[in-house]
Design a binder for this molecule. Structure first.
Ligand code: CP
Length: 311
């Protein structure tokens, strides 16, 4: 898989050149957002289907807005009211959508690899909108773009990811993208939520958040998945808050221009304090805006690749 593929299933197999191509493609789409008509004709006559087996606010709506701004016809499948509940398989659902002439299928699924299965069985382009603990490539790309937009570079920046790394597809996609682009990536969180072998990817581990925050140019806070507490992966929410919440006091020890990011949805008062989430250092709402432009760029590049292979 690479940018020469019909699908976007993850960032692991993209190289630096692919990532830079995507970053370069975003700005023209973002510049549309300040116009009274925010549309381009890129996907006119094409059909984009969103197929979400898990809840989403940002990603699903962001893809819908992106596809509509590219003039596509958009269909949203609510899995809970579809024939999936009658036992239809993923491949049969995909083939049904393809028989309806879907050109792009954007899928979120709790099983890692579900988008890959769909991609192997369909001619439509498949975009992974988050699969299990595996990857969330467009979140990784919008995080990468937000850093690039703000800092004007990626190489040499110190990016700290905080929280539940082991269960986070956002962390995985961020790590692939940032390390390929030459950033120095570190993670911080309780030992039970950090896989030791992450060091093999060139990522530093800090169990002490205060020490880690001081060195960072960017701090990306991950959502604490409260359901993990039932698995006893951290002793209590209270202890997590004490040790790993990004508070105003911790932020005061960071570099002055540090960027604070969060992929959302946020648990205010748990992994991040409201003061920090609303501070001038936070670029959380800009991440959301950039997400639309990044998804427009991804759809555009996949279409360009399809056109090239059909010529
Ligand atoms: N960041 C993210 O994936 O958010 P949603 O679950 O709302 O799509």
């Amino acid at each position: 898989m690479s940018l020469n593929c019909k699908d976007l299933l993850g960032l692991e197999h993209l190289d630096k050149k692919d990532l830079q191509t995507i970053l370069n493609a975003v700005k023209p789409f973002k510049s549309l957002f300040t116009r009274s008509v925010k549309k381009a004709p890129t996907l006119i006559g094409k059909t984009v289907v969103t197929l979400f087996y898990e809840p989403s606010t940002r990603t699903r709506n962001s893809f819908e807005i992106a596809a509509k701004r590219l003039s596509a016809d958009v269909v949203n499948i609510a899995v809970s009211t579809s024939s999936v509940v009658k036992g239809e398989s993923l491949i049969d659902t995909g083939k049904t959508l393809e028989a309806m002439k879907a050109d792009y299928i954007i899928i979120r699924h709790s099983l890692a690899g579900a988008p890959n299965i769909l991609a192997r069985n369909l001619n439509a382009s498949v975009i992974n909108a988050g699969d299990g603990f595996h990857e969330h490539p467009t979140q990784g790309l919008l995080d990468l773009y937000t850093i690039y937009d703000k800092k004007k570079k990626i190489e040499g920046l110190k990016v700290l990811l905080v929280g539940d790394i082991v269960h986070s597809r956002v962390a995985k996609s961020n790590i692939w993208a940032l390390t390929k682009m030459g950033a120095e990536v570190a993670v911080s969180g309780p030992p039970t939520l950090i896989p030791e072998n992450i060091k093999d990817l060139g990522v530093k581990i800090y169990y002490d958040l205060d020490e880690a925050v001081k060195k960072a140019d960017i701090v990306n806070i991950l959502r604490i998945q409260l359901e993990r507490q039932q698995e006893n992966l951290f002793p209590s929410v209270h202890e997590y808050v004490e040790l790993y919440q990004l508070t105003k006091e911790r932020l005061s020890k960071a570099k002055p221009g540090v960027l604070i990011m969060h992929p959302g949805p946020m648990n205010r008062g748990i992994e991040i304090s409201s003061e920090v989430a609303d501070s001038p250092n936070a670029v959380i709402n800009e991440q959301v805006t950039n997400g639309i432009a990044v998804r427009m760029a991804v759809l555009y590049l996949l279409k360009k690749r399809k056109n090239a292979s059909s010529n």
